[in-house]
Design a protein around this ligand. Sequence first.
Ligand code: TXA
Ligand code: MG
Length: 347
Amino acid sequence: MKTVVFKPDQVAAAAKLIQDGQLVAFPTETVYGLGADATNPTAVKQVYIAKGRPSDNPLIVHVVSAEQVKQYAVDPSGRFKKLTDAFWPGPLTMILPLRPHAFDPVVTGGLKTAAFRNPRKQITLDLIREAGVPIVGPSANTSGKPSPTTAEHVLHDLDGKIAGVLDGGPTDVGVESTVLDLSVTTPVILRPGAITREDIEKVIGPILNNHHHVAADETPKAPGMKYKHYAPNAQVVVTHAADFPAAIKWAQAQNVPFGIMATDDILNAQNVVRFKEQFSLGDSVTSASKHLFDGLRYFDMYPEVKIILAEGFDKEGLGIAYMNRLEKSAGQVHFNAQTNETEQRKQ
Ligand code: TXA
Ligand code: MG
């Protein structure tokens, strides 16, 4: 199959493919999604096949408005309404109890709930409106790879396996949406994202966090949490900004080529040493989140690089979502400036 790249003014052609039961990847403000008509089980099955995704890992349903959700799900506590008023369109996915027979079980992995999201990007909203149906959209990567933040990433993983990709340029946020479960008595964050716990609590009061690392034998709340997260070929070592000089000495002593993924201040300050490869995370936790997945994909182009010193940020605000992805890619390995060694930390 030839994968067609659609430009932003070709939304109608992309929507036509979705209506025809084909797969079309689309940009959102977070990462690219792999789109199919949520009301067409045959099309949805193809999403799992193209990604190599386990069939018990349910998909997010992308909608054009909060209004569109009413047809499929209920808002038992009124919290969904409050949160959509505050944050939609935006990077907040909410899990709600479904109406009977709302979707084929292939969409929800057989669960009686579904995850809904209203993305904050005009061409994506145009695509959903034009298609006339809600669109399922897991991240448009091969299962186990970092989520794609450009159309090139999508093609790298899925060229020839999907009908098209709508190219909206690089995404803004770079880490996937916050997933909040509203189908339980006290709402729970299942995956941290750009909309933080504090943001949500300002609107609906106290909620819980449940995005710790899930052991293989545990039953996770979000089925996606039990699958191994992406780790690049090289060992990622989480390194706090102030510890880079010591971490570089440690890496040099390992006698293998290493790379650095950090903000510009750090890259510029290390001018005495020449690194095999370096990747800029820009100047803040915001730009670092935007470029993180691109950076992880970048180092895989250099198989000789065995260690990546990657900048860690404080776990507050967007830093929680960034560190959640970075620590997983590092298998929780950090550089400890007290011992001058690496260590595996509990999350
Ligand atoms: O930013 C995003 O959310 C992107 C863009 C494309 O919208 N999508 C995305 O989808 O990251 P995906 O499939 O890679 O991640 C969805 C997560 C998975 O961990 C899945 O297990 C969880 O949401 N999930 C979906 N439906 C669920 C449900 N009914 N109950 C619990 N978890 C659910
Ligand atoms: Mg994903």
